[in-house]
Design a protein around this ligand. Sequence first.
Ligand SMILES: *Cc1c(COP(=O)(O)O)cnc(C)c1O
Length: 383
Amino acid sequence: MSVPFLDLARHHLQLREEIEAALAAVVASGQFILGPEAARFEEAIAARCGVPHAVGVASGTDALLLALLALGVGPGDEVVTTAFSFMATGGAIARTGARPVFADIDPSTFNLDPDRAEAAMTSRTRAILPVDLYGLCADWRSFEALAAKRGVALVEDAAQSMGASLGGRAAGSFGDAAAFSFYPTKNLGGMGDGGLLTTMSAAVASRVRLLRAHGDAGGYDHLEIGMNSRLDSFQAAILRVKLGHLDAWNAERRRLAGGYTRRLHDLFSSGTRMPAGPGNPIVPPGPPPEGSVPIFHQYVVRADRRSDLIDHLRSRGIGCGVYYPRPLHLQTCFSGLGQRRGSFPESERAAEEALALPIYPGLRESEQDEVCEVVAGFYGVRA
Ligand SMILES: *Cc1c(COP(=O)(O)O)cnc(C)c1O
């Protein structure tokens, strides 16, 4: 038997008729860029997130870039963000002409640590950009207080957290603007690229609507220089079908995550004590902070001897992934920013230890058993 890391074909099979009908309706409408289908999807997301405005764009990366641009971030500014995220988080900041300023994570959540973020702020800090990594909300209570105290903008990278919440508020509702991604592997994924920005601010929303279409106010009068970043109508139609299932899928992810954690605690009786090491080979994710409801975009453990474990898993047909093997401050493209190995020890340790196990709607309990048995076998623990 083997357990794929992600099986989108299996996942989409159950939706085939619904999706084909939605695509046929787009063909019949003759509108393929934005249009009524994208507008309906924007409304559905805004309602879900409890925000007045949602703007569909071409990718999650563009949603981040447009959020920063609409908030006035540009050359000479600094934006404080986590050293442990996907490249797009740091890349979007740099693309505005601003300087990404990285700060370390809280090792118990893998998310940006508010105290370390504050310590990284200077008089040039224009915004803070925390990420809801793996589908767990960042510490928004602290970040909202910090942004208010220091008078800076706050942007949420919610690319991995559609459906997560904190204190009853949905991911996508924190800060001045939030960015979602619909890259196919995201927990609300399209069948191509797509993204969306949510905001409480009418001014930010209308500026992003301008910027996503070359600053065109209508009638070919271009108020400012924007870009071409619009949500495709086919993707919007697919996403609207999938959105109807999202709560059930996220609940299933939580159940699967609980199943892994229970099994791993039984096998390794290690609790969530850190770090991972010879006497403590697997550290499952700890319980979420008070009031936080994660959606487990990824189920990530810390693993001792990770690369050997990965080889062992793959040789037995078990898929796994590493998000992310290299923190942002050690990326070649950011080498000019002056950070080096040792600058952010928690991010660096996470990059060495983090291992994502298969988690997706439709994953079977017998498959989870097998994953855990193979992990236990590698460390010589009897399952
Ligand atoms: C996927 C992702 C993005 C970028 O989204 P795209 O749609 O691929 O451009 C940004 N930030 C994080 C944390 C992501 O996981």
